[in-house]
Design a protein around this ligand. Structure first.
Ligand code: ZN
Length: 136
């Protein structure tokens, strides 16, 4: 994996996430690229105003104005904050997908697909456990 500005050991991330009010599996999702089960994340059906940040480092990733209901069971956005996310080609599970990671700390967030709504046509399919919502 490429270099990210914020680098910590697995033990440090585990301790840091344990000290926060994270969802179960936050460590496995963000540091091991697990995918949470659909329709289980606390942000899947949250529509409150505000911003969404990386659960690991607080990097501002999305705004609530770009969140939409994709019906897929994961929080979905049609636009990311410019520069907040790094895209990586993911060839696991016999598919070619575009993985999205936090540009600051490399946390696995989810994938981006090209079947989203206007104006971007993108669908950032995120793990709720990788996100932290901050009210406006
Ligand atoms: Zn981060």
């Amino acid at each position: 994996m490429s270099e990210f500005p914020i680098r910590k050991t697995e033990a440090e991330w585990r301790a840091e996430l344990a000290a926060k009010d994270t969802e179960p599996g936050a460590f496995e999702v963000t540091r091991r690229a697990y995918t949470e089960r659909p329709f289980t994340g606390k942000y899947e059906q949250i529509w409150a105003d505000g911003s969404y940040h990386c659960i690991c480092c607080g990097n501002h990733l999305f705004n609530s104005t770009t969140k939409f209901d994709a019906g897929c069971g994961w929080p979905s956005f049609w636009q990311a904050v410019p520069g907040a996310i790094t895209e990586i080609v993911d060839r696991s599970h016999g598919m070619v997908r575009t993985e999205t990671v936090c540009s600051q700390c490399g946390a696995h967030l989810g994938h981006v697909f090209e079947d989203g709504p206007a104006p971007t046509g993108l669908r950032y399919c995120m793990n709720s456990a990788a996100l932290e919502h901050q009210p406006r």
